[in-house]
Ligand binder design. Structure first.
Ligand code: AMP
Length: 311
């Protein structure tokens, strides 16, 4: 297995088309696959504008796979706001430099026409009720568009059947986008994708703000105000760790003290089904497992974050 030490610093090969990607994967696997046993291939889908959160995903995948592909594609289908799509940062050159450092073997950076040669797909993946709540309620169509591209990327990076040794195929996603992760796990299970989904924890700034490519649009004042998200999540997490009642409304009340931050939702759910859990009553100490989801708008920037409770 190649390690991050072997491949860190080498310029990754850049594939612009699906054919180039398949050829690059086949070549890289032939070189890196062990003589015996299964080879491993990791895929990390991103929209670029890479930060330390992405780097953590890439380094984790690097350490676990013989060959590592990172895709960089700003997927118009998952933007329900044309302005948000237009201004989404595109920084491929800087991204490739980061990916070289993090040890990616191949960067897949296709044009939209390569991914959607016939324009918007006519046949759609419906994210169902899991995709209609929380982020889906505020961003109609977002999750269908996200699943459309992930379904395609998983195909594009599929290991060749002709290698001679079996290839274990893994795809990596961040816990930062918790609802996305639940949906991708369901899609992979429901549509029998031959891939194992792996997740990595949220990377935050030293002050607690979850890293996001959109944070660069926050003023200093807004970024400071946005720390209320982490304060509210942590307050509930501390109560959960002590098996106390959670008093979600009281934690959500912290947002009222930050006029720059407009709370969208602050909700405790089952980590697998996203069904709301009620642990608010005075006499109900928290037990079991929960996922606390939050979304808020700071100026024009929508921020999401979450914390797992009871783990
Ligand atoms: P994006 O480029 O925003 O589509 O994100 C690409 C991948 O990076 C997704 O799986 C995200 O969940 C993950 N990611 C984004 N931000 C973070 C973060 N702060 N910590 C961990 N993973 C992240």
């Amino acid at each position: 297995m190649s390690t991050s030490a072997d491949s860190a610093g080498r310029t990754p090969s850049i594939a612009r088309t699906a054919a180039e990607l398949s050829a690059a994967i086949a070549r890289a696997l032939e070189t890196a696959a062990p003589a015996q046993g299964a080879a491993t291939l990791g895929l990390v889908p991103t929209m670029g504008a890479l930060h330390s959160g992405h780097e953590s995903l890439v380094s984790t995948a690097r350490g676990q796979n013989d060959v590592l592909v990172v895709s960089v594609f700003v997927n118009e289908l998952q933007f329900n706001d044309a302005q948000d799509f237009a201004r989404y940062p595109r920084t491929l050159e800087a991204d490739v430099a980061i990916l070289a450092r993090a040890g990616a073997d191949i960067v897949f950076a296709p044009e939209a026409a390569e991914v959607y040669p016939d324009g918007r797909p006519l046949i759609k993946i419906d994210s169902g009720f899991l995709g209609s709540k929380f982020e889906g309620a505020s961003r109609p169509g977002h999750f269908d568009g996200m699943l459309a591209v992930v379904a395609k990327l998983l195909h594009f990076a599929m290991p060749p059947a002709t290698l001679g040794v079996p290839v274990s195929y893994r795809a990596y996603f961040g816990q930062k986008d918790a609802q996305q992760l639940v949906l991708i796990n369901r899609m992979v299970a429901d549509l029998n994708y031959p891939v194992e989904v792996r997740s990595v924890p949220i990377i935050r700034s030293a002050e607690g703000l979850a890293l996001s490519s959109r944070n660069q649009f926050l003023t200093k004042e807004q970024a400071t105000a946005a720390l209320v998200i982490h304060r509210a999540l942590s307050l509930v997490k501390e109560r959960a760790d002590r098996h106390e009642p959670l008093y979600l409304e009281d934690a959500a009340g912290l947002f009222e003290m930050e006029p720059l931050v407009e709370l969208d939702y602050f909700e405790l759910v089952d980590p697998r089904t996203l069904q709301e859990l009620a642990f608010n009553c005075q006499d109900t100490p928290f037990t079991g497992e929960g996922l606390l989801l939050v979304a808020a708008k700071v100026g024009e920037v929508r921020l999401i974050d979450n914390m797992t409770l009871g783990y």
